[in-house]
Every structure is written in C-alpha cells, then in structure tokens.
Design a protein around this ligand. Structure first.
Ligand SMILES: [Zn+2]
Length: 343
C-alpha cells in the first residue's frame, strides 16, 4: 500500500512539471494523453490494483481516482492560460478564408436639412455674419409684440400657433425672428447675425407644408445700413447657393416687422429664366426680406433715428427642394435611408 502511495505522488509531481512546461496547445495535448489517455500513466496505476490485497484495493482505487481529477485540473488550468495568452481560439487555416468580403460598416451622414443650414451659414459667415441660436419655446412677447405684431394684428393669423397655456403666454416659435430680438437686447450695434432653427406653424401637412420646418434668419444693424446693402448681400447669397449664373429680383411685399419689405426671386436654375414646368415664368421665389421696422428697433431700445438695419428669412426645406428638385417636403422627415443617403 505504501508503494502505491509513493507511485501516485511521483506521477503527480511529474505531471505538475510536464503541464507547466507545455508551451502550446499541441504539446499540452500530448502531455494530457501521456497521463490521462487509454495507455497513460493513470491507467497504468489502475492496472496495479490487482497486485494489492482485497482490503487495500478500495483505498488505493480512491487515491488513484483522486489523482486523475487532480491531473485533469492541471490540464484545464494550463489550457485556459494558453487560450488567454493566445487571445482566444484561433481559427484553423482550413476555416479561415481571407478572400471573403468583410462585413460592411454603414457610415451615417449629415441630414440634408442640417447640411443645407450649414452651407447657408457658411455663405453668410463669409460676409461677416455670425450664427446665433435661440429657444424653440418662446414668449409671445418676443415672438409677436416685439416684432410689430400686436395681439389684434391680422398678420398674426397665419402665425397663430402652438400656445402652451393661452395667447399671451408661451408658444412654440412661429419663426426664428424672436432670436433677433434676443440678440439685439443682449448687445449694442453694429450687429450681423444669422439664425438657423426649427419653427412651428398651424399648417396641415402636405407636399409643401408642415407644422414644423427649418428657417434661417438674418439681421444686420448699424449706423449706415441701407437697402443697397440688403440687395448686395442677398444677391451674393443667391449666386453662392444656387450658382454664379443666377440673377435675382426683388418684388415689393408686406411683412409687419420690415418696412419697406420685399420678396426675392432667383432666375430659374433649371431653364435659365426662360420659363419651364418648375418655375412657370422663369423666376423662383426664395426668401422674404426688408429694412427693419422702426418699431422693432424701438422694442429693443435701439434709436431708429441713429440705427437702421435689414433682415431676411428663408425656409431651409424650400431651398433644398428647389436645389435638388425634391417634390415632397415630407421626404425630409420620414427617415427613409434610401432618400437620405442620396445627399
Ligand atoms: Zn424654369
């Protein structure tokens, strides 16, 4: 019995050394076979049980089984250590086909409306305008009264929009113009800003209308700002955005916050101004503009005798629709990747 105990401990000590020395999966496997295989050393020890007396056999059998599980544990520990240092199981050369195409990574991109807004901001930045932003939830005072649209003003009808409590309180802004008020209250002239952002109107959704759309607004105020400055800036913008070949024209219009007011058209970018299915008469309306109304300057404590200014506003969706010949406004909001990935 003493002999077999000694043999068991010898085998264990040898196994500890050999498993420790195994440097890769294949040498580990041959060590495993040498000890735990069908002709391995543990099995040899089992074979010696027959030489023992019947009283000694159960105890010796238990010790040999114990040895077997100790060696199995040595193997598992070494196997785990080799696996970790190799960074997991390696694919065998037969299963790794390096010529298979990889899984494509789909890159996102900037939404066409955000892209157009950036482009427009960049054009005006080149003329000295800086971009400012304001809240989409705005006071009625900033959204209407300061912009020369008192409560009883008929022009307010088209803008009557999403009030939070009642008509004298807080609204989702119906234009980006209240940011002009905020900017003028926060600083002294001269001032040159553009304001991109979302706006909200009580319009039913169809191919050219939405309850929500994006505007970009501009304002320049100083001691000698004239209508000539307005026409120059917006003419430059028209050429920069639609192409150097376009010409612009201004038609008289009415806005409560500017006087005089105008709408600007660009010559049709599809027919060159000859008249076609898109434009009809050769011109495409792109924006509204005018000289800042004295009442607006008074509302922000600018002296209209000392300062003048011009302002303009345009719909970003509308400009994009013209430029890219998109016939339905709703496409911008439906998140259809097939549409969006074209830009
Ligand atoms: Zn045309």
């Amino acid at each position: 019995m003493g002999d077999i105990k000694t043999s068991i401990e010898k085998v264990h000590a040898a196994a500890v050394d050999e498993f420790a020395a195994a440097g890769d999966e294949s040498s580990l496997e041959s060590v495993r076979v040498r000890y735990l295989g069908r002709k391995g050393r543990v099995r040899d020890l089992m074979g010696t049980l027959g030489t023992l007396s019947p009283e000694e056999r159960p105890e010796a059998g238990r010790l040999i089984n114990d040895l077997k599980s100790r060696i199995a544990r040595l193997h598992d520990e070494k196997s785990a250590a080799l696996g970790a240092s190799a960074g997991g199981e390696k694919p065998s050369p037969e299963t790794l086909d390096v010529t298979l195409p990889g899984t494509p990574v789909r890159l996102g991109r900037i939404h066409p409306i955000a892209r157009a807004a950036r482009e427009i901001v960049r054009i005006f930045a080149g003329m000295g305008f800086s971009a400012v932003y304001g809240p989409e939830v705005e006071t009625v005072h900033n959204n209407f009264e300061c912009l020369n649209m008192p409560l009883d003003h008929p022009s307010r009808d088209a803008f009557e929009t999403f009030f939070v409590r009642d008509r004298s309180d807080v609204v989702l802004r119906s234009h980006t113009s209240p940011v002009q008020i905020r900017a003028m209250l926060a600083s002294k002239p001269p001032l040159r800003i553009v304001v991109p952002g979302r706006t909200y109107r009580p319009d039913t959704v169809d191919a050219t209308h939405s309850f929500m759309f994006d505007q970009i607004e501009g304002l320049a105020v100083g001691t000698d700002v004239t209508m000539a400055d307005l026409k120059f800036c917006l003419n430059e913008f028209g050429k920069a955005y639609f192409g150097p070949e376009v010409t612009t024209r201004f038609r008289p219009h009415f806005f409560p916050f500017t006087e005089p007011s105008a709408e600007m058209d660009v010559s049709c970018i599809f027919c060159g101004g000859k008249g076609c299915r898109v434009c009809g008469n050769g011109w495409i309306e792109v924006l509204g503009c005018g000289m800042v109304h004295p009442n607006v300057l008074r509302a922000v404590n600018y002296d209209p005798e000392e300062y003048t200014g011009f302002a303009f506003g345009m719909g970003i969706e509308r400009l994009s629709m013209i430029k890219h010949q998109i016939n339905d406004l709703r496409l911008f909001f439906e998140n259809d990747i097939r549409f969006l990935s074209q830009f």
